[in-house]
Design a protein around this ligand. Structure first.
Ligand code: ADP
Ligand code: MG
Length: 445
């Protein structure tokens, strides 16, 4: 009975959230019991509990009611470990495409990026209020919270949230003119407008239905731009258009901000985002991993969340590194790899890839990438190629067949011999060691 009700609830939730969110938050939940007051839901861990109780609370309540269970609250209980289903499996084929580096748009005005949405925004005590305000704005722009002034440290999700608002409004109302701009772009465009009389500046901003300005702290000290922004602000605000602003500090703390602008920023609602607690960090990791079609073992999630506390961008970066590391070597993520990653963080170059090793080695020996990956047998090319192979092995631990492929070889024995050759030279040949030191400096520098 409970199972039937919960299946119906889950079926509807599955339609309204992303595959990753569904897999992370709902797939392993069950409805344990309910009375007239509360429904008890079993979940596998503390961070799932947090998401269901805080973020999905209302959705679950209303769906339960729809399916005949009218309760006032939901309570999540964590399933004891021994009752959990056997070892979690990777969700989908491992080598399904993953995008680790978002493509940057080349135009200066960044359009809204739909990878930032409410669905993949994890809610915790540090950002709960900001999240609620943003959702309310997405559903009723211009009504409450106008302007919304969102502030907090770097990498804590400000840009993500305000873009989610933009995307949310666009989904409800495709006609709405949503203008998202970084303050730097706004400043630059304003300067062009002044210097070269470039047309369209005022109209562009004043015709917005929703104006979203990111990182307003960069307007500090720019008096003319502040004045222009002041007028834009007034025109929009008077017309009940929604304005959203972010900053790394509260209005009061932005130096050389004109008082009249400061007071405008304080008209609506100023909300801060605080660094995430450990449950939120765990939740973020698990959800991001799921969006890469991976389920991370819990000890890995815990370890990363414990060790990276500062900001979410960094947390995400480490996870991406972990995924890339494992994909390259065809390994499953485990606690030892995670430890190695964190331990080596200071030493590990950020973007060391087979490609960069080959490029730098070629550059060091003053030959082209085409040459080093060609089949030419000249000594001036064979030797650099051997170095490249050795470095692919020593820096990235690639397998010999992989090394061969990277350098355009069919046969992996050449790779094996090359690595051995350099290895033996290293022990007694000063020049070889010198070459390696210099190439490594280029790679890690
Ligand atoms: P800020 O603008 O505050 O410097 P961003 O919005 O750029 O930070 O966030 C940095 C990264 O962390 C982004 O990739 C974003 O998607 C991610 N992120 C931040 N907060 C959350 C969250 N609560 N849930 C999921 N991802 C988050
Ligand atoms: Mg930002």
């Amino acid at each position: 009975m409970n199972n039937d009700i919960w299946s119906s609830v889950l079926a509807e939730i599955e339609l309204s959230v992303s595959r990753a969110s569904y897999a992370t938050w709902f797939q392993k939940s069950t409805l344990e019991s309910y009375d007239s007051h509360k429904a008890v839901i079993l979940v596998p861990n503390i961070f799932t509990k947090q998401q269901l109780e805080v973020k999905f609370n209302k959705t679950i309540l209303s769906l339960l009611e729809k399916h005949g269970v009218a309760v006032k609250t939901i309570v999540c209980t964590i399933t004891p470990k021994d009752k959990q289903s056997p070892k979690e499996q990777v969700l989908v084929a491992k080598n399904s495409p993953t995008t680790l580096t978002p493509k940057l748009n080349s135009s200066t005005r960044l359009p809204l990026n739909d990878k930032y949405n409410f669905d993949n925004f994890i809610v915790g005590s540090g950002n709960e209020l900001a999240y609620a305000a943003c959702q309310s704005i997405a559903n009723h722009p211009g009504e409450k919270y106008n302007p919304l002034f969102l502030y907090g440290g770097v990498g804590l999700g400000k840009t993500h949230l305000i873009q989610a608002v933009g995307n949310g409004i666009k989904a409800n109302n495709p006609e709405a003119n949503i203008v998202y701009v970084s303050t730097e772009t706004f400043v630059n465009e304003f300067l062009e407008y002044i210097q070269f009389k470039k047309k369209g500046f005022s109209t562009r901003y004043r015709s917005a239905d929703v104006l979203i300005v990111d990182d307003i702290q960069f307007i500090a000290g720019k008096e003319k731009t502040q004045e222009e922004f002041f007028h834009t602000f007034n025109a929009l605000h008077q017309a009940n258009k929604q304005i959203i602003i972010t900053s790394d500090k509260p209005p009061k703390a932005i130096p050389t901000l004109e008082d009249r602008l400061r007071s405008r920023f304080e008209w609506g609602m100023a909300i801060d985002i605080q660094p995430p607690d450990i449950e939120t960090r765990q939740a973020i990791l698990q959800n991001k991993a799921a969006s890469h079609n991976m389920v991370l073992p819990e000890d890995v999630v815990e370890y990363l969340a414990k060790n990276i506390q500062t900001n979410i961008r960094e947390l995400e970066g480490s996870l991406n590194q972990l995924i890339a590391y494992c994909e390259l070597r065809d390994m499953e993520p485990d606690i030892n790899i995670a430890k190695e990653l964190i331990k080596g963080k200071q030493h590990m170059p950020k973007h060391l890839s087979p490609k960069s090793i080959i490029e730098k080695t070629a550059e060091h020996f003053d030959i082209s990438v085409n040459e080093i990956t060609s089949s030419k047998r000249d000594k001036s090319i064979v030797v650099p190629r051997q170095f490249a192979m050795y470095l692919l092995r020593s820096e990235l631990h690639l397998s010999f067949p992989k090394i061969a492929v990277e350098l355009g070889r069919k046969d992996h024995t050449t790779a094996l011999h090359s690595v051995e050759k350099i290895q033996s030279l290293m022990s007694n040949d000063f020049v070889t060691r010198q070459h390696l030191t210099e190439i490594r400096e280029m790679l890690h520098g």
